[in-house]
Ligand binder design. Sequence first.
Ligand SMILES: *Cc1c(COP(=O)(O)O)cnc(C)c1O
Length: 389
Amino acid sequence: MSHKLETKAIRTQMERSQFSEHSTPMHLTSSFVFEDAEEMRAAFAEEKQRNIYSRFTNPNTSELVAKVADMEGAEDGVSYATGMGAVFGTFAALLDSGDHIVSARSVFGSTHSTFTKFLPKWNIKTSYFDIAKPEQAEALIQPNTKIIYAETPTNPGVDIIDLAFLGELAKKHNLILVIDNCFATPYLQQPIKFGADLVIHSATKLIDGQGRVLGGVTVGRKDLIRELYLFARNTGSALSPFNAWVLSKSMETLPVRVDRHCQSAITVAEFLESHPKINWVKYPFLKSHPQYELAKKQMSQGGSIIAFEVKGGLSAGRNFFDNIKLLSLSSNLGDSRTIVTHPASTTHSKLTLQDREAVGITDGMVRLSIGLEHPEDIQNDLAQALEKI
Ligand SMILES: *Cc1c(COP(=O)(O)O)cnc(C)c1O
């Protein structure tokens, strides 16, 4: 029987031990023991699925992966020490020297650095299309293209990319569609329904949701996941069982937390939109968002991230940041604490000014990750800081 997302987030679980634990037990062990030589041989020959060594699998990492895969409608998955471990591990496992990627221009800062600084070491090049014009992507496809890559909503601009369009394009050209679904979480959007082959999460963000641990997961097609698993198992990007336990427990509250994040975010986004000291606000479920209709089609709610620009450029922006009292000035997102970030000087500072402008990261742009404090307190802190600029 198929359950709803909220139930999957709680009830997808590992086998219990002889102690019949109700909650998920923690398995802090680097290796596992065998009864005899035959059992050990069969395990290494993969004739029998079982844990051997925690660099390969561990009950806690397997439970986390199973939950994310179940919610995403994926066949299987692999976990990684960080979200970037998942991004790099996915590319490294699937691409050969000389292969080519077609990517949306607006991607997470470190993913951008992976494309521009590291993958070229193995002669893997990337061509970019504008998020608002995915139809440009088809012209970029070359005989050696293997992957189409995008994140939606994007970090930090919260732009929306048409998943169904990319799904059809990938199918038509027999390419692997990889989607970074970090901002939406497996609760708000399931890219596999729209044709994605692999879905990546930085579990560090809303999956943990409390700013404690790092983690990453890639889920999707079984044949591709097999490649990813063998690469990860041998090259050592394993997620620690402790972090996997934290993340799997966090998954149980993901839907209720995300519901609250989204309710508060739309309230704050509407407040900012009506504020005279603000140039523009972008939030997927605001009617003024250029891709509002598309967001409604592929997401069930708008998420926890708002982008906006204060009037008065860099100096007004700095003034605004310096007057924030309650909220956190930090670079993380998807936390129970509301976080205010200045992407141009932090997460996306490694991009050239030209690259930043191409993806809409202006000097005065602020990224707001709405937390779980009372929305009135979030709004009041923003209001008093805006008064001072
Ligand atoms: C944070 C983030 C990542 C990287 O995740 P880490 O866990 O920090 O390595 C990748 N993609 C997006 C969209 C992110 O926000």
